[in-house]
Design a protein around this ligand. Structure first.
Ligand code: MG
Ligand code: ZN
Length: 223
């Protein structure tokens, strides 16, 4: 089959994009310095809309809040639905509304952290806008990256988004109770992930029921 692939220089604004990404990387490093200065462990949560990022966040906050002071930055185009939900579970939450932007960037996060009581936070989660593509290109300064996807996203979600998995430190496969209905093989999905990143920890969850969340927490405690 004929496949059209852009050659270098054929994508518009490629120079603009390069300088933008470079600037973002610099700002991400600044953010990381701030996190380190306040002894905060920062974790990115990436995944599509409906993958279960917020449900997972709520469960994690519920279980971790007795041992850690938790901050959460949630990215969304327009609403505060996620932020409200997470806040109810006992975290300091800042909402970033990106408007039309389909990802968070280091600049937005640097603004958000100015509004958080950093001295009173041990763990900071950054829930990105629901999207498995460009957030991968915009580091935010976090120390770890967790990619979440669910069985309802079908059998090809991993092989169609290799870049985001390459940059991840942990993968969560959510809604495993629906795998059979979706005719999705967990073994195959895990094999796809390991092909991209051989030693990455993979955790299976049913976030809605809290199943598997303990394993994520153990990872975070030892990270
Ligand atoms: Mg969400
Ligand atoms: Zn984007």
């Amino acid at each position: 089959m004929k496949i059209i692939k852009p050659k270098s220089g054929e994508i518009f604004d490629i120079e603009l994009e390069e300088s933008l990404l470079k600037k973002n990387r610099e700002l991400a490093e600044e953010n990381k310095k701030i996190f380190n200065q306040y002894d905060i462990k920062a974790i990115d949560i990436l995944g599509s809309i409906g993958s279960g990022k917020t449900t997972l966040m709520c469960q994690i906050v519920k279980k971790l809040k007795k041992d850690y002071r938790i901050g959460v930055i949630t990215g969304d185009l327009t609403t505060t639905i996620d932020a409200d939900l997470i806040k109810k579970n006992g975290a300091q939450v800042i909402q970033i509304n990106t408007g039309k932007e389909c990802h968070l960037d280091a600049k937005l996060v640097s603004e958000a952290i100015k509004n958080l009581p950093l001295k009173e936070i041990d763990l900071l989660f950054i829930e990105n806008v629901g999207n498995l593509i460009c957030p991968g290109e915009f580091p935010l300064g976090a120390h770890y990256r967790i990619v979440v996807f669910s069985c309802t996203e079908g059998p090809y979600v991993v092989i169609k988004h290799p870049y985001i998995f390459k940059e991840a430190n942990m993968v969560v496969i959510n809604k495993i109770d629906l795998a059979k209905n979706m005719k999705v093989s967990l073994t195959k999905l895990k094999r796809d992930i390991k092909k991209i990143k051989p030693f990455i920890p993979i955790i299976e969850t049913v976030a809605r029921k809290g199943k598997g969340v303990e394993k994520i927490i153990n990872f975070l405690k030892n990270a």
